[in-house]
Design a protein around this ligand. Structure first.
Ligand SMILES: Nc1ncnc2c1ncn2[C@@H]1O[C@H](COP(=O)(O)OP(=O)(O)OP(=O)(O)O)[C@@H](O)[C@H]1O
Length: 307
């Protein structure tokens, strides 16, 4: 698969503060990647370096094979950053037209308007007079004005209401299906879990886990098969099922902790054990996140191998 972004031993130092500490990774064309991590972990700094807006102190970043700032890249990337600054005195429609005019093959005007989700009367408003959430939606449309191949979002849904959020992710998923690479930072673990195909987890300037959400969760949190308890099932017998690590009875249910939920289920059916109200539980991303960030730096190497 084609590599579109490559980070090779990147460090960013702000005076005494090491914001990003010797990270290396690659992102392939068509990936949908979430960069997650607690406050100050180095997410935004990394994103800004990928965009060429700040330079690493050490290491090398390439964007589609060139320096991020190369003029070939300018037409091929779109970004929505945390700071929304609107051009004064232009209406929403004028700003969209202006941004479209920067690119050789802009996205259709009507499509961008529909992405803003704004009503007719709001399109004639001055962009700087929009509400916070409306500004975010407009900056989303502006990020897509050039019909970019790679799109970067820094905390994109902050300030968006539920429906704006849903529309935003639906559009992002559509773009990704068309082959566009999407990279976003977020604090909303649920969003990362729902949308991203890959999560890069940052802590204290380092990458402490990198993988599909399901793999990160599976590796770091316990999964279980559970069902309603009844008097006829022997817990000792359940403990003999292959891959069952622990059997626990709690609140009227029996939980079989395992890394292999499918195999355990198969065995339950093969042995014709009568169970009702079956539930499969995989650990939640916030549990995995909590574990990883709590353990901090020391956990780095082993978790990277493991995940
Ligand atoms: N321009 C700057 N000058 C000095 N220090 C900076 C600058 N930008 C970031 N930092 C510091 O680098 C560290 C990483 O910041 P960064 O903004 O990348 O974190 P983040 O993971 O995006 O955090 P948040 O979730 O709070 O947005 C922080 O300690 C921050 O204070």
């Amino acid at each position: 698969m084609e590599i579109v972004i490559s980070l090779n031993q990147i460090t960013k130092q702000f005076k005494k503060q090491t914001a990003v500490n010797n990270i290396s990774t690659v992102i392939h064309k068509g990936e949908l990647v979430a960069i997650l991590g607690p406050n100050g972990a180095g997410k935004s700094t990394t994103l800004l370096m990928m965009l060429g807006l700040i330079e690493p102190t050490n290491g090398e970043i390439t964007l589609m094979g060139d320096h991020p700032k190369h003029k070939r890249n300018r037409e091929r990337i779109g970004a929505m950053l945390q700071e929304v600054s609107m051009i004064d005195a232009l209406t929403v429609m004028e700003v969209i037209q202006l941004f479209r005019s920067y690119y050789p093959q802009p996205m259709a005007f009507e499509q961008l308007i529909s992405i803003t989700g704004l009503q007719e009367e709001d399109l004639k408003k001055r962009a700087d007079k929009l509400s916070g959430g409306q500004k975010r939606r407009l900056s989303f449309a502006l990020a897509l004005a050039g019909d970019p191949e790679i799109i970067f979002f820094d905390e994109p849904t902050v300030g968006m209401d539920t429906s704006a959020r849903r529309n935003f992710w639906r559009t992002v998923e559509e773009m990704n299906k068309k082959g566009k690479t999407v990279i976003f930072t977020t604090h909303y673990l649920q969003e990362a879990d729902d949308v991203a195909k890959r999560i890069i987890l940052f802590n204290q300037g380092k990458i402490i886990a990198d993988g599909a959400p399901i793999d990160i969760k599976r590796k770091l949190t316990a999964s279980s098969v559970s069902f309603a308890a009844n008097d006829f099932i022997s817990l000792e017998m359940l403990a003999t099922i292959a891959y069952v690590m622990k059997v626990v009875e709690k609140d009227g249910r029996v939980f079989l902790e395992t890394d292999h939920t499918d195999e355990v289920l198969e065995e339950i059916f093969a042995r014709k054990i009568k169970v009702k109200d079956i539930n499969i539980h995989h650990g939640r991303l916030d549990e995995a996140f909590e574990q990883l960030t709590r353990r901090g730096g020391e956990f780095v190497e082993s978790s990277l191998d493991a995940v």
